[in-house]
Design a protein around this ligand. Structure first.
Ligand SMILES: N[C@@H](CCC(=O)N[C@@H](CS)C(=O)NCC(=O)O)C(=O)O
Length: 203
């Protein structure tokens, strides 16, 4: 059995979406986490070594890090057609995209959002390179890996939807986001995501 340790409106939300796309049975363990605004706390039920989400248990096997979880799930359940099996022509591009999203795209977007990019020529160059690579791939489209929707679109799309105001205006990017966010599995995932603590207190 697969169990996702998840906190509403967090980096684990994209794994709920991916699991819905895959369509295999899974459980969600809704966890508390220490949030940036000072709310929440580490949840003793969460097996993640740092108390973060996402974490995935597959039987006794623990996987953490969003990119690793995405690769693990798409390798485990290849029939869903959301990854690229070892030995397939797309494998190299697939693992490159997943690692790039975690290692280059997310830090670059965060530096832009936080403002730490200001006055930092290296951070600015990194951000520009990220935008250029994304835009180039989407100009070819319709998905990041070409003709086929993959877990790469889930991972990059969820990050970009969150950071949309911090990336240059582009009808191509907006059309891709609309195309992927409108998928039925994402709508189901939204119903399972849960209410973030701040909104729950207001309600
Ligand atoms: N690189 C990790 C980042 C995980 C992460 O920072 N998750 C946040 C939620 S968005 C968290 O659990 N924060 C709680 C904490 O830092 O203790 C991944 O993508 O899986």
């Amino acid at each position: 059995m697969l169990t996702l340790f998840h906190a509403p409106w967090s980096r684990s939300s994209r794994l709920v979406w991916l699991l819905e796309e895959i369509g295999a049975p899974y459980d969600i363990c809704y966890c508390d986490i220490a949030r940036a605004d000072g709310s929440g706390a580490r949840d003793p039920r969460n097996p993640h070594p740092d108390g973060k989400v996402p974490a995935l248990l597959h039987g006794d096997a623990l996987v953490t890090e969003s990119a690793a979880i995405a690769q693990y799930l798409t390798d485990l359940l290849p029939e869903a057609g959301l990854g690229a099996p070892v030995g397939s022509p797309e494998r190299a591009a697939y693992v490159t995209w997943l690692a790039w999203i975690a290692g280059e795209m997310e830090p670059a977007l965060w530096s832009k959002i936080s403002g730490s990019i200001e006055g930092d020529a290296q951070a600015l160059a990194r951000y520009d390179a990220v935008v250029a690579r994304l835009f180039t791939a989407l100009e070819r489209g319709p998905y990041l890996m070409g003709q086929r929707f993959t877990a790469v679109d889930v991972m990059a799309g969820s990050a970009l939807a969150w950071a949309r105001d911090h990336v240059p205006a582009s009808a191509t990017v907006d059309a891709w986001l609309e195309r992927i966010l409108d998928r039925p599995a994402n709508a189901v995932a939204a119903t399972k995501d849960g209410t973030p603590p701040a909104l729950a207190q207001v309600a």
